[in-house]
Design a protein around this ligand. Structure first.
Ligand code: MN
Length: 153
């Protein structure tokens, strides 16, 4: 079970995310106003932050940067949720400091999977992946590709 802070201005998405996370045994807390997100994070001390990118007042990108530059919050993994995936968005989101992002409308499977991956990465974190047994079964395929070593050029 993990504490997960959701920053999202859309009530239907909040309900969806909270229901999903609760169904997976997590403890979600939501804020609709990104201006109160930092205070909420300091109080709630979440294991993961899920933030919308399209937010009034403080954008998701700015919020991610603020979390990353805050001594107390910098280590918390961040998953971004965005309605648009224009070219360059993923780079911008990752450059701001989010570890993962999913696009709306969300796939519930991918949403839950990404949450699990981020939580596992941090709980096994710091110990510099000494827990990697070697058998890979459930990894999502196609994430890493060896590159184009094809044949003739
Ligand atoms: Mn929004």
């Amino acid at each position: 079970m993990a504490k997960i802070l959701i920053v999202e201005d859309n009530a239907l998405n909040i309900k969806l995310f909270c229901d999903l996370l609760a169904a997976h045994g997590h403890e979600p807390e939501a804020v609709t106003d990104s201006r109160s997100a930092l205070d909420a994070a300091r109080n709630f001390q979440p294991d993961l932050v899920i933030t919308d990118i399209q937010l009034p007042h403080v954008s998701g990108l700015d919020l991610i940067r603020m979390i990353r530059s805050d001594d107390k919050l910098a280590a918390i993994p961040i998953m971004a949720v965005t309605a648009y995936s224009a070219q360059g968005d993923e780079e911008r989101i990752r450059a701001a400091g989010a570890q993962a992002y999913v696009t709306k409308p969300i796939s519930v499977v991918r949403f839950a999977q990404t949450v699990d991956e981020l939580l596992q990465a941090t709980s096994s974190g710091r110990a510099a992946d000494s827990g990697n047994g070697g058998t890979e079964g459930s990894q999502e395929p196609g994430v890493e590709e060896p590159g184009d070593e094809a044949s003739a050029t």
